[in-house]
Ligand binder design. Structure first.
Ligand code: HEM
Length: 500
């Protein structure tokens, strides 16, 4: 045989083609052997993530896919299998009834963050211990109790005077709310209040902001990790890491200050409580309570707590400005129950039924976490008849619950009354899950609820909130491009002091 024939068969392109074909066949065979949930077709290794981004508003894509494939369906983000869990009953079945199996975090989330430390991205025993400690400690510093109210009231008063300084001119409310929300977490975590013009504090807030903004582009690397080796910073992941380093450095300095003045008979904030735990665990070699875990847990509280709460209050202000009749009803209720002099308190909540229903309806319709954080399981398992390979990210679609017409009737309508019972009492339906549900639900829920119930009525009590002169807000046009977080487009309002 002529050797040149052999040579042409072994051409590198032929080898690449043969290998790719084998890989594709292997990939498909491995999928066929498993009975995976249904889902749209995908290109091997490339996936079908565009099915989620087909609409500018991710909620529209989620609703279409849910309708087409049911409560449990699969997508491929690059080569990565991802399973979406939708509908209240199915979410309850997976994350509440079988919460013990589905409370881990998938590795892919950890890859971007850098490691598996801190409360939000850890799994297993580490997570159980950190979560138990965090809940216990935050509770002891007033989570859900009136002792924390004093600290929140301080921040409410500062916010009101900052708004007053705007002198009835148009301004961006979220810029003023964010430092207040941050300072509530600071008070519990570090026992400190930072001035708004403190340059390091201002820089930290900017860094946290940038990390959230750049979270979208850098998420591409979760599915195509090799892209991080490209020169430059096309996906802005290097920027995210630089910012994370700055925030962790800032927190590290505060920890050092606490170490210097540590007194185990004077435990005043989260850092003190953690240092005490570190001290008592030193001999047992428990790696849950280390300096690194403390830094990561504190930065988790910031990242998870600041943007979500600020965005919820920002949406509330937008709805108040867009719907003067609803604002008037909230105002009347606050004045009748609280008067105009003192700030609304947690005790007043029982008399502020419409206001509380307004806040719940804001959380339902604006659902700042359109999909909840991904969960996973640590062993191969099944949901109903479907195989769920271990480590597969399961993404809870909370929009499918909070916008389900079978639950709410008219989910597109903004109607606080849906949370008020016939006797005029506040209703709390099980399906109301803006903080998610089950073992891994939001650890900051009691704090967030307190903040919303203290900030929002105080704003309405002191100011009439209006759009800029000559403008009206059309809510339907105010959705920013929706990623994982649902935010309004930037907007300005005017705040006119109420005459007493
Ligand atoms: C309106 C405000 C808030 C909303 C809508 C919200 C919503 C959520 C959601 C949907 C999750 C994911 C649950 C899951 O993984 O299944 C979560 C987790 C978490 N949230 Fe919040 N959150 C809010 C405020 C806060 C605050 C104020 C803090 C703390 C200061 C906080 C700390 C956390 C932490 C640490 C986690 C991770 C819990 C874990 O992995 O065990 N959140 N939150």
């Amino acid at each position: 045989m002529d050797p040149s024939v052999h040579e042409s068969y072994l051409h590198p392109i032929s080898i690449v083609l043969m290998l790719s074909t084998t890989l594709i066949i292997w990939f498909y065979m491995s999928q066929v052997r498993k009975r995976l949930p249904p889902g749209p077709w995908h290109i091997p290794l490339i996936g079908n993530s565009w099915k989620l981004t087909a609409d500018k508003d991710i909620r529209k894509s989620l609703r279409r896919l849910h309708k087409q494939y049911g409560d449990i369906y699969r997508l491929y983000m690059g080569p990565k299998l991802v399973i979406i869990i939708s509908g209240y009953e199915t979410i309850k079945e997976v994350f509440v009834k079988r919460g013990g199996e589905f409370s881990d975090r998938p590795d892919f989330l950890l890859q971007l963050i850098g490691d598996n430390q801190g409360i939000a991205s850890s799994s297993g025993e580490l997570w159980t211990k950190l979560r138990k400690f965090t809940l216990k400690t935050l509770r002891s510093f007033g989570f859900g109790k009136t002792s924390l109210e004093v600290k929140i009231h301080t921040e409410v008063s500062i916010l009101l005077s900052e708004i007053e300084k705007e002198n009835q001119n148009p301004f961006h409310i979220q810029d003023l709310v964010k430092p207040s929300v941050s300072n509530v977490i600071n008070a519990m975590a570090f026992g400190e209040h930072f001035k708004r013009d403190d340059p390091t504090f201002a820089k930290m807030m900017r860094m946290l902001d940038e990390s959230t903004e750049n979270g979208g582009p850098s998420a591409v690397l979760l599915f195509f990790p090799f892209l991080r080796h490209l020169p430059g910073d096309l996906f802005r992941v290097k920027k995210v890491f630089r910012n994370v380093q700055f925030v962790e450095g800032f927190i590290g300095e505060l920890i050092n200050k606490h170490i210097d003045k540590f007194d185990e008979n004077k435990i005043e904030d989260f850092i003190d409580a953690f240092l005490l735990e570190m001290k008592s665990n030193r001999d047992q070699k428990d790696f849950t309570f280390t300096n690194k875990q403390l830094i990561k847990t504190l930065s988790d509280l910031f990242v998870a707590g600041m943007d979500t709460t600020t965005t919820t209050i920002t949406w509330a202000v937008l709805y108040l400005a867009a719907k003067p009749d609803i604002q008037e009803r909230v105002f009347r209720e606050v004045i009748e129950a609280v008067g105009a002099e003192r700030l609304p308190s947690l005790q007043d909540r029982r008399n502020l039924v419409y206001t509380e229903a307004f806040i719940m309806e804001i959380q339902r319709i604006c659902n700042v976490a359109t999909v909840s954080l991904p969960h996973t399981c640590s062993v191969d398992t099944k949901i109903r008849d479907f195989d769920i390979p271990k480590g597969t990210p399961l993404i809870p679609d909370t929009d499918s619950v909070l916008f389900d017409p079978k639950i709410w009737g008219d989910p597109e309508e903004f109607r606080p009354e849906r949370f008020i019972g016939e006797e005029g009492t506040l209703l709390k339906p099980d399906e109301f899950i803006p903080f998610f549900t089950g073992r891994r639900n939001c650890v900051g829920e009691p704090l967030a609820r307190m903040e919303l119930s203290l900030f929002i009525p105080a704003l309405v009590q002191k100011f009439e909130i209006l759009p800029p002169e000559g403008m009206t807000f059309c809510i339907k046009e105010m959705d920013d491009e929706i990623g994982v977080a649902h935010r309004p487009k930037p907007f300005e309002i005017r705040a006119i002091p109420r005459t007493k």
